[in-house]
Design a protein around this ligand. Structure first.
Ligand code: AMP
Ligand code: MG
Length: 326
């Protein structure tokens, strides 16, 4: 592993690094991913090591084009075909039955695999040049805030990975929607960049998973309760919320901060009320508030529609009580 991971725009260097089993962070339209050759179990093991991610948390496999799917998935049901036609490339991960070539480590021992065709030219070119599908979770330490810029990756994973491919800020800013299409009815495992309403307009009502599955093999890593979290405590805003005297509070809100609280720092994600703009700025705003020397961050609810659902989901998890350490 290199002493300090280089930030580069050299696609050939990045592809060569991946082919020899290295770790490369790369931009996608959602957040930066931490990529390794998905068919090389040793390379994939290094992802878990670098992130400090538990092995029961499966990884999404990224492909360069639709043809790449046949190498990963054992089959592709009609409903998946329709969704692929409408939403790929894009922020939609489909959970499908896996082919035996996909290492168990990638899927946390499940017989299914999450696959995505990202809508980012650098990501697709990298996968194409490398010639392998890439397993890639978000390029942050486990449980922390996802990176939407190359510098965010360097802050958390510097020294732990080989290379960071710089593609500027991510356009969507929240992770992909994860949809399990292996059953008789499609099941939403994680709200994300493709709104539930858009999926339902295409294939009808979804089942919505709201709890972590009991026992091992959690079906969705994003479903872990504490996740996407800054180190500063986040509380959700309610009308009765009071900040104790002497405490420095910051606010993260959609169009305007709530009245009646004296905030020392404010992140208003879209004064004009655009949820896409808000999602794109969410994680960078959390980072900025986290660095502002606050005692508490007050997170306000977003409209529960479209991308607002993904934002609310991330805020809810960021404010969940810390998990007991295992
Ligand atoms: P991230 O760490 O942000 O890349 O999150 C990975 C996401 O992949 C999780 O939230 C899961 O929902 C999803 N995922 C990957 N593989 C599977 C799988 N086989 N079954 C269910 N969800 C999966
Ligand atoms: Mg993640």
């Amino acid at each position: 592993m290199s002493p300090a991971s280089e930030i580069t725009q050299d696609l050939d260097l990045a592809a060569a690094t991946l082919r020899r089993g290295g770790l490369v962070a790369f931009p996608t339209e959602t957040v930066y991913g931490l990529g390794a050759d998905a068919l090389n179990a040793q390379a994939v093991a290094r992802i878990f090591e670098a992130k400090g991610r538990p092995h029961f948390d499966p990884l999404i496999v990224h492909i360069a084009d639709e043809q790449g799917l046949a190498r990963i998935a054992a089959d592709c049901p009609d409903v998946a075909r329709r969704l692929i036609g409408r939403f790929w490339p894009g922020p939609l991960t489909l959970v499908l039955r896996k082919r035996p070539e996909v290492p168990d480590l990638v899927t946390a021992g499940l017989d299914t695999v999450g696959v995505r065709l990202p809508d980012h030219p650098l990501a697709r070119e990298l996968i194409a040049r490398c010639g392998r599908p890439l397993a890639a979770p978000s390029a942050n330490r486990f449980g922390c805030i996802s990176p939407t810029r190359a510098e965010h990756v360097a802050e958390q994973l510097e020294d732990r990975i080989d290379l960071i491919l710089d593609g500027g800020p991510c356009r969507v800013g929240v992770e992909s929607t994860v949809l399990d299409v292996t059953g008789s009815r499609a099941r939403l495992l994680r709200p994300g960049g493709v709104p539930q309403e858009d999926l339902e307009a295409e294939i009808g009502p979804l089942e919505v998973e709201t709890r972590i599955a009991a026992g091992t093999g959690a079906p969705a890593p994003g479903m872990l309760e504490r996740h996407y979290a800054p180190t500063t405590r986040i509380v959700r805003w309610t009308p009765s919320l009071r900040i104790p005297a002497g405490q420095r509070a910051g606010v993260l809100a959609f169009r305007e901060p709530p009245a009646g609280i004296d905030f020392q720092a404010r992140a208003i994600l879209s004064p004009r009320g655009d949820l896409a703009e808000a999602a794109a700025g969410l994680f960078a705003a959390m980072r900025a508030l986290d660095a502002a020397g606050l005692d508490v961050i007050v997170g306000c609810d977003f409209p529960d529609e479209g991308l607002g659902r993904a934002i609310n989901d991330r805020l809810r998890r960021a404010s969940a009580p810390e998990l007991p350490t295992a």
